[in-house]
Each structure stands twice: as structure tokens, then as C-alpha cells.
Design a binder for this molecule. Structure first.
Ligand SMILES: Cc1cc2nc3c(=O)[nH]c(=O)nc-3n(C[C@H](O)[C@H](O)[C@H](O)COP(=O)(O)O)c2cc1C
Length: 329
């Protein structure tokens, strides 16, 4: 007898379908676009109490150099209107420590690891890439930091020669088939032109943008607020600049872009996705709200669902400028 039996509720039908958030750089597929900007997420497990690393689309490491670096003298960060200045100076324990202590840790995490690297000497990139390529099981891509404003050797000032940038990318390309992404900043010069050069030299994608050089003054001591005098400006203050570059680069080249620059919320992330960003990296946001990545991830999904968008590819790069109205009409 089935006549009076109450109708079974279809539980599956009630679970909303997941939004497809996958994105890719070359053959590397990410389950979602949310990642962390280099240098803003500790060096290993510092954020594990607030962030489930396996929910992130990728983890990007702080810049690794061949030799350990102590970084610049303190104070080296300060808050500024809508952002912060930092002059950490690529402090890190070097390649050997990374291989010994960090790689085994990330081997246990099912999220692609993108290792950010910088060179101080001529053949540093070759040493770094050869060593990291040997750990391909864990290291899934390389981000080449061509744009640190706070160091002498290997920093943005030395990169202003286009032959140098080209040589670095060609060296890295010659040593690995891992996806390589070049990280640029407007401090380097014409970002669109440099983007073309690094892509021709063999980069698979771009990371836009690194910080912009800035200054903050302590009016009582009349001294700089950070010991390095100038530092890299990050946070919402640079978001419109970052958006402009992601938009212009995507208009000129059909390549994957990791966007960073003042992304704090899901709405901020959507702005970048709409202008064409593939991955979106949160940097300064992690200092303001340690759970920002998780909040943004949830927020993107909710935004899409509310808009009836079932795949991020439906909205990525859909930015359009309405036709101009003449002021006489
Ligand atoms: C404290 C701090 C340290 C950073 N260290 C690095 C670094 O080691 N390598 C790098 O490529 N970028 C570094 N950056 C730049 C960020 O990765 C990011 O590109 C930039 O801050 C813009 O994003 P945001 O506005 O979301 O912070 C650092 C930024 C900050 C604030």
C-alpha cells in the first residue's frame, strides 16, 4: 500500500548544485581561483588555525632566494590610508631550508603549491629552478618575482633592463616544464610591453600586480615611518591600479593572470574576475582578517548562485564598456 504514505522528500534535489570555480594555468587545474599573495601568509602553517589550506585554489609561498636573507631593518611595515607600506626585504631562510622543512609539509596538503622565487646573483634562477623542479610532485608552478621594490640585488630597480628580464624567463623556461608566471609591478615600466616580453620569452602567465613604491612620514620625528625610507604600497589603495593592469593585459594577451592588489572581499574578487583574472590572490587582507580567503571563497560562490551563474567561466572577462553617448544627445 503506497496510497497514504507521505511523499519522501528528495534531499538531493535540495542541495544546491556547486558552482564550477575551476581555472587553470597551462595544464595545472585549480579547484577554485582563491589564493594568497606571496609574503602575506606566513611561510608554512602559520594560518592553519583560521584557514583550511585544502579549500584554497592554490598556496603561493613567500619569495625564496638561494641564500637565507635577514631582510631589512625594522620598523618595516606601517599602516597608510587604505593600505600598508612594507619593506620586509625578502626575508627568508633560503632554498635549502625550503626543501628540508617546507616541501615535506606541503607534500601533505592537497592544494597546488606555487613557489615564488627571486635571484640576487646571475645564476641564482638556474639554481632555484633546478632544485625546485626536482620536487615536481609538490611544487606545481613557479612565480618569478621580478618586481620587489625593497631590495638592491634582484629587486625592481635592477629589472628595468628588458634584456635582463628576458634572460631570467628564458633561463627558467630552459630548466623546467612547470608552469611559470612572471610577477610584475608598474614600477618596472610599461607593464603591457613587459608582459609581451616575458610571454615571448616563455612565461605561461602573469601575476599582477606587485606593490608600488611609497613613503610615509612621522611628523613628530620628521623621519620615515619605516627604516628603509620607502616601501611597497599594498591594500585597497592600489586596487584600481591593479584592476586597470589586469584589464589591459587581458585585452592584449590571452594568458592566465593571477591578480593581487587590495582584494579584501568577494565583491573585490568579482571585479577582478569580471575584467579577466583567472586566480585572485589575497595579500594585505590576511593581516586585516585572517579568515579573508575562506570568506571570499564562500562569497564568490554565493554571488554566483544569486546571479544564476553556475560556472565562473560564464562571468570571467565579461567586462564591457557601454558605447559612449555624445554630450549633445
Ligand atoms: C608584508 C608583505 C610582504 C610581501 N612579500 C612579498 C614577497 O616576498 N614576494 C612577492 O612577490 N610579493 C610580496 N608582497 C606583495 C604581495 O604578494 C602582493 O602582490 C601585493 O601586496 C598586492 O596585493 P595586496 O594589496 O592584496 O596586498 C608582499 C606584500 C606584503 C604586504
Amino acid at each position: 500500500m503506497t496510497m497514504n504514505r507521505p511523499k519522501q522528500k528528495n534531499k538531493e534535489a535540495k542541495t544546491p548544485a556547486a558552482v564550477d570555480m575551476t581555472c587553470r594555468i597551462k595544464d595545472l587545474v585549480f579547484k577554485n581561483p582563491v589564493t594568497v599573495a606571496s609574503g602575506t601568509f606566513g611561510t608554512k602553517d602559520e594560518y592553519t588555525s583560521c584557514v583550511d589550506y585544502e579549500k584554497l585554489g592554490a598556496v603561493i609561498t613567500k619569495t625564496i632566494t638561494v641564500k637565507p636573507r635577514r631582510g631589512n631593518p625594522m620598523p618595516r611595515i606601517c599602516e597608510t590610508p587604505s593600505g600598508m607600506l612594507n619593506a620586509i626585504g625578502l626575508q627568508n631562510k633560503g632554498l635549502e631550508d625550503f626543501i628540508e622543512n617546507k616541501i615535506p609539509y606541503f607534500a601533505g596538503i592537497k592544494t597546488p603549491l606555487i613557489v615564488n622565487i627571486a635571484g640576487e646573483e646571475e645564476n641564482d634562477f638556474e639554481i632555484l629552478v633546478k632544485a625546485l623542479h626536482a620536487h615536481k610532485k609538490v611544487v606545481k608552478a613557479l612565480e618569478i618575482n621580478l618586481s620587489c621594490p625593497n631590495v638592491e640585488a634582484g629587486g625592481v630597480s635592477g629589472m628595468k633592463k628588458k634584456e635582463k628580464i628576458e634572460k631570467i624567463i628564458k633561463t627558467v623556461r630552459g630548466e623546467t616544464d612547470l608552469p611559470i608566471v612572471a610577477k610584475l609591478s608598474p614600477e618596472l615600466g610599461d607593464v603591457i610591453e613587459i608582459a609581451g616580453e616575458v610571454l615571448r620569452a616563455g612565461a605561461d602567465g602573469l601575476s599582477l600586480i606587485n606593490t608600488l613604491k611609497g613613503l610615509a612620514v612621522n611628523i613628530r620625528t620628521r623621519q620615515p615611518r619605516i627604516a628603509n625610507v620607502t616601501g611597497g604600497l599594498s591594500g585597497p589603495a592600489i586596487r584600481p591600479v591593479a584592476l586597470r593592469y589586469v584589464y589591459e593585459v587581458k585585452k592584449n594577451y590571452q594568458v592566465p593572470v593571477i591578480a593581487s592588489g587590495g582584494i579584501l572581499t568577494a565583491d573585490d574578487a568579482m571585479e577582478f574576475i569580471i575584467v579577466g583574472a583567472d586566480l585572485i590572490a589575497l595579500g594585505t587582507a590576511n593581516f586585516v582578517n585572517p579568515t579573508a580567503t575562506m570568506d571570499v571563497l564562500r562569497g564568490i560562490e554565493t554571488f554566483c548562485r544569486n546571479q544564476g551563474i553556475m560556472s565562473l567561466s560564464q562571468i570571467r572577462g565579461t567586462f564591457h564598456v557601454p558605447p559612449r553617448q555624445s554630450c549633445w544627445q
